[in-house]
Design a protein around this ligand. Structure first.
Ligand code: C2G
Length: 134
């Protein structure tokens, strides 16, 4: 029986939009099983200085409900990637190319793939657009 390929990806996935969906679909297409680490509220407060619009429980529920997603977990720290990759026996790490080069150090334990971001959409732009009421 051929070996099954596990793909892992990480993100905040706040104010979930089609750019998030596309990266998840493309990540899933690179293997047989997709595991997604959803960043903790605490991690966002620490790293970005603000809480996400949707709580980690809500963001996890949304991502877990997606058809291409097999498993979700809370990403407690950016520094634990190696641990998460090993724990989930991931063969491929996928990230959007806003992170290009940042995770090359894990090439010793898995394949590292950066996918082009979906143009012209971001959580920040959406929040601004909604706030402006336009
Ligand atoms: N993304 C994309 N196209 C967009 C917006 C986002 O492909 N227009 C991708 C990002 O490149 C990322 C994923 O969607 O791979 C999630 O994006 P964010 O929620 O912004 O995640 P981020 O806060 O960058 O992740 O370990 C990483 C952390 O969890 C933080």
């Amino acid at each position: 029986m051929p070996e099954s390929r596990t793909v892992i990806t990480f993100g905040t996935f706040d104010v979930f939009h089609v750019g998030h969906l596309r990266v998840i679909e493309r990540a899933a297409a690179l293997g047989d099983r997709l595991v997604v680490g959803v960043s903790a509220d605490e991690l966002n407060l620490r790293k970005k200085g603000r809480a996400p619009v949707f709580s980690q429980a809500e963001r996890l529920a949304i991502v877990a409900a997606l058809k291409p997603v097999d498993e979700v977990f809370v990403e407690e720290s950016l520094e634990l990637k190696r641990h998460y990759i090993t724990e989930h026996a991931a063969d491929v790490l996928v990230m959007g190319d806003d992170w290009a080069g940042r995770f090359d150090e894990f090439e010793d334990i898995c394949e590292v793939v950066y996918l082009p971001r979906t143009p012209a959409i971001s959580t920040t732009a959406l929040i601004e657009k909604i706030s402006a009421g336009s």
